[in-house]
Every structure is written in C-alpha cells, then in structure tokens.
Write a new protein. Structure first.
Length: 619
C-alpha cells in the first residue's frame, strides 16, 4: 500500500506557507527555459546586445513593463477573490495545486497550441495521456475509450451532444448506402438502435470502403433540415450549457425537456420513466438523456445507477437513447472510491479506507448507498463531462470530455481517424475531432502535472476531496444545530436546503415572525451583498459566499417544500415562485484544520450576525 498524499504539501497555502518551495521551483523553471533558448544553435550570435540594453529607450521600455506589472499586481490584490482562504465559501473555486500551477507556468513560456500537432508536439502527447487518465478515473477501459481536454464543461457538454446527434443520424446514412445492413428496420427502429450497434454499423461501412460516403448522408453532411432526431431529457437542475447546446446544434428549445427533481434536488427517476413512456407511446424518439453528478447549484448526484438500469430495460423494449453524465463538478470525486490499482472498492471497504487513512472522520455520515452506487455505475454510460479546473484543483481553463467507445469520434472527425492504428491514439489527428481551434497546451500540462503528483485514487485526490466533504458536512450539521441570532430584539434563524451529496451547502436566513417570502428574499440578498464584492473591496470581507435563486420556472414546485420550513404565510411560495438562497461550495481542504472547527464556526456565525446587524441598521 503506497504512502498517502500529504495534502498540506500540495498547495501554496492560505498564508503562502509553501512559498519557499514554490519560489525555488519558479527559479528552476525560468532558468531551465532560459537555457533551452540559449542552447538552440548556441553558435548563433545574440540579437539583443549589452550595448543596446544600456540605451535610454531600452531602459525606458523595461520601466514601462515594470510599472504596468506593478499596476496589474495592485489591481489584482484589491479586486481578486481569495479562493485560497477557508473564509471563501462561494463559487466552485479553491486554492490550486502547486504542481498544476508550475506546470502551467513552465509550459506557458513555450506557448504550445494544442490545435495542431506541429504547434504542440509535447503537449498534444500529454493531452492523449491525460485523456486516458480521465477514462480510467471514470471506470472506462483507457485503450477503448477516448478523452481530451476542453476549455471547460460547457464545450465538453457540446461535444457530447455533437457525438450523440451524429450517432443518432448514422443508421439512416447506412440505409442510404448499405441498405442490406438494416433491412427490415423502419424509421422508429433506426432511431432506437443502441450506441454499440450503431458503431458496429460504422465498422461495416469502413470495411466496405463506404464510411466517408455514409458520413455525407448523415446529419454532418445533410444538416438538421427535415430531421427529427429526438428530444434531450435533462433534470431541472441542469447547467445552462444544455439550453445553449439545443440551440447551437439545431435541436431546438422545444426539444429540450426538463425532468423534475425531488426534494434532494436529484432527478426524479420515476418522472423520467413517465416522460420516456409518454414519448415512446407517441413514437417520439429520444436523442439523449443527461444525468448530473454534482449539480452546480446544490451539488446533487443523480441516481445514475437507477437511470442506467432504466436505459437497459428500455433497450430491451426497443427504445434506446444516448446516456451522458454531466460530472463537470463531481467527476473527480470518483477517486474517493478507487484503490491504488484503480479498482472500485466495495461499499464497506470504502468506509474502512476513509477512516483508516484519515480521509474522512468516522463520524461523518456522507457515504450513502445512493451516492456510492451512482459513482459505481458511471462506466456504464456513453460519455462523461469532467472538469479538472473544479475538483481537480487545476487553474483555468481545463474541462474534459470522455467517451466510453472511442469509435464514436469517427462520426465527428474531419480526418479518417480509423485508417490509423486502432489500438493507439494518433496525436497528429487531435485537432480533427475536437470542437475548439486554438487552445492552450499549458492547460493540458497543468492537468498532467496534477495527475503526476496526485494519484487519481483514495490516497491522492481522494484525500483532498475527502477533506472538503468533511468540512461541508460539519458546516451542514452546524447549520442544522445553529441557534438563533439576536439583533436589536429581533431573532434570525438559518436553515440548510438539503443534505449535500458532495460539498455544496445551500441555506437561507429568516427573521422569525416575518410572514413574507419577499421580505425573506430581501434579507438574504442583503446578506449576500455584505459577504461579496458588492460590499466594497472583497479583500476586507470576513467571509465570502455566493447565491442563487430557486425558481418555479426552473425547478417547478420543488422549492416550495423548503419555503414551508420557515413557517411563512400560506400561499407565499405559490404567489412569488422564487426563493433566494446563499450557496457555499466548500472546496477548501483547510476548513477542518483552520484552528479548530468550533472556532471557525463561531467566527462564521459572528460574521453573519454582524452582517445582519448592519442590514438592520441601514433598513
């Protein structure tokens, strides 16, 4: 058994505790890069001479650079958000890994562009390698799967729909050029072929030398005009990128169906089944179903295992759809379940390992069977979005998409990838089957460095994310047990929204006796203003949080159950249809080690009390 990773050695630290090491490595990478330049044809004479460096205009230009840098540094210090601090409890941001930062900075000096191989021979190879890392993390066979780095989860989600759309249209292309392969199948049956069956048909087209012609008869050649490839089913908790994707890919907003969520903000699988039943009865095809592993507003993990079983049952009945997981936020949390060999541990073994290695305190009640089974079922879906720049603790911009069967990229590529060696990825072709053009090789190097230093299992990333989950659970239980805040004879209470599936906690404050949801929303809006950039230079805030609104338009009537907990007037939710909540993404691994948690919590509630006091004084 390998030695677990020391989390405190991975980051610069809230007080720059590891700065001496970081400075040493910065000096190394600058010296190393300078030597690289000097040793490229060392006999070439220097272009910039010592005489020129002494000229007034040369010195003035350097001084302009110095002054601009000082100005930028001051601007950044005043206006930037201190992600590194345990006092930051806002968006999906945290301290970033030393290794990732150093990898990014070193590679930035080489300025590789991972669009074309000749512009990035080093980092393109790293991107192929990182894709395999992420495939293994998701439970896919790295030799059969395909993955790569994108600018973020939005583009990764777009690529998933790109693959699903082209896949869904391909059986009709086969009917146009190789009709014997689909003889006897009507339009409905062609629209409901499973992913593996369609990719097998693509292989047959390749064997016949007709694959390029087939692609010209698919949606990539003929476009969406006159085609109905089906609906996309997403939970109400979906990321906004899915709404944009329906527009960009010509699917249409009316074909994007939101499936209700339950009070825990996971997709209601029974409602999903009802939706599929209705569409099947109407002979209306389903292009894709999207589940979420870590919603951006609540951190909820949909019951992926139940959705997978549902898909399998429908395939037995001749109804098939592409299944994608948007795990942009939660994907890296799968490392909590993997042993040193990449094996997915049994439920009881996970708890024992977490306790034995100090990943989670034994009293932390995080590990539910639903969350466990959901992460276990991830390898059974067609593709997954995962963002290294979220729970991978890598600097922006680094998202990723991973597909279970790499054959699918032939349906979106602009070269015939299949004519090369099938058992390996050809880095020369990377740009032909990705959505983006120019993109930073430095981002890829940052992810590679992170994976090189921090194992993608319970001993590495599992420890970082485990610390953050434990902090979130302590925070959640503290909210449940919190006593009232007394301000000038007025009493205020706080209630959390739902038990977190990962490490996002939503909550709202309310003045006892206040019957109005509108007034309660104003209170929480004012608290957010006091605990965000809106109150002035963010660097002076005691604590920093984020916010969101749970509306009827997005969530139906589900938030009404939360509103009811505050004892407001009957009909308040029905009349307003929106509740404003504070949202804390607790990515920091430092919350539990910040003096003592009890002192941290007392400090937080004291800050909330002072914020409410200022609000009352200004009312």
């Amino acid at each position: 058994m390998s030695e677990p990773t020391n989390v405190n050695a991975l980051f610069l630290g809230p007080k720059a505790e590891n700065y001496p090491f970081f400075r040493e490595m910065l000096n190394y990478l600058m010296d190393d890069h300078a030597q690289w330049r000097r040793h490229f044809h060392p006999d070439d004479a220097p272009v910039v001479t010592g005489e020129e460096q002494a000229r007034p205009d040369f010195l003035a230009t350097l001084q302009q650079t110095r002054e601009a840098l000082i100005e930028l540094a001051g601007n950044l210090q005043i206006h930037s958000t201190p992600w590194f601090s345990p006092r930051y409890l806002g968006h999906m941001n945290a301290d970033t890994l030393l290794a990732a930062n150093l990898g990014y900075m070193l590679t930035l000096l080489y300025n590789p562009n991972n669009c074309a191989y000749e512009g990035s021979p080093a980092t393109t190879a790293l991107e192929i390698e990182v894709g395999r890392h992420l495939a293994a993390l998701m439970g896919y066979d790295p030799q059969k799967a395909w993955g790569h780095i994108t600018s973020g989860g939005t583009v990764a989600n777009y690529e998933a729909i790109w693959m699903a759309r082209n896949l869904k249209s391909f059986p009709f292309a086969i009917r146009a050029i190789l009709p014997d392969l689909v003889a006897g199948l009507d339009d409905w049956q062609l629209l409901n072929l499973p992913t593996a069956r369609i990719l097998d048909l693509a292989d047959r087209a390749k064997e016949a030398g007709l694959f390029e012609e087939a692609r010209r008869h698919s949606v990539r050649g003929t476009g969406m005009t006159g085609r109905n490839l089906g609906k996309i089913l997403v939970p109400q908790s979906k990321h906004y990128s899915w709404t944009k994707a329906a527009d960009i890919f010509g699917i249409g907003q009316e074909n994007l169906i939101s499936v209700p969520v339950q009070d825990d903000y996971r997709m209601d699988v029974a409602a999903l089944k009802r939706t599929i039943d209705r569409l099947a009865a109407d002979r209306s095809p389903i292009l894709a179903v999207v589940a979420v592993c870590g919603t951006t507003e609540e951190g909820a993990v949909d019951k992926i295992h139940e959705i997978v079983r549902l898909r399998d049952r429908y395939e037995d009945r001749g109804v098939s759809f592409y299944l994608h997981i948007d795990a942009a936020y939660g994907g890296y949390a799968r490392s909590l379940f993997l042993d040193e060999d990449g094996g997915f541990m049994g439920y009881n073994e996970v708890g024992r390992r977490h306790s034995r290695q100090g990943v989670l305190d034994p009293d932390t009640d995080w590990l539910s069977t639903d969350v466990y089974e959901s992460f276990k079922a991830m390898p059974e879906v067609d593709s997954i979005t995962v963002d290294p720049h979220k729970l991978g603790y890598v600097p922006y911009a680094a998202g990723a998409v991973v597909a279970r069967d790499r054959r699918i990229i032939d349906l979106i590529s602009f070269f015939a990838a299949y004519v090369f060696e099938k058992t390996d990825d050809n880095p020369m072709l990377l740009g032909s089957y990705i959505m983006e053009g120019s993109k930073a090789g430095a981002a890829v190097a940052a992810v590679w460095m992170a994976h090189r230093v921090v194992p993608l299992n319970v001993t590495g990333y599992g420890r970082i994310i485990g610390y953050s989950i434990e902090g979130a659970y302590r925070f959640y239980h503290s909210l449940l047990a919190a006593g009232p805040i007394e301000v000038g004879g007025r009493t205020f209470e706080v209630i959390p929204l739902a038990r977190p599936d990962i490490n996002i906690v939503d909550y709202a404050f309310h003045e006892r006796g206040n019957p109005s949801l509108e007034e309660m929303n104003r209170l929480n809006q004012a608290i957010y203003a006091e605990c965000s950039y809106k109150s002035g230079p963010i660097y002076t805030n005691d604590f920093i949080t984020s916010k969101t609104a749970l509306t009827r338009e997005e969530y139906g009537e589900t938030p009404g159950a939360f509103v009811a907990k505050f004892g407001l007037r009957s009909g308040e939710w029905e009349a307003l249809g929106s509740i404003y909540v504070l949202r804390s993404c607790i990515l920091t691994p430092y919350l539990m080690g910040h003096t003592t948690y009890e002192a941290y919590w007392a400090n937080f509630m004291g800050a909330m009390g002072r914020a409410i006091s200022r609000i009352c004084e200004g009312a």
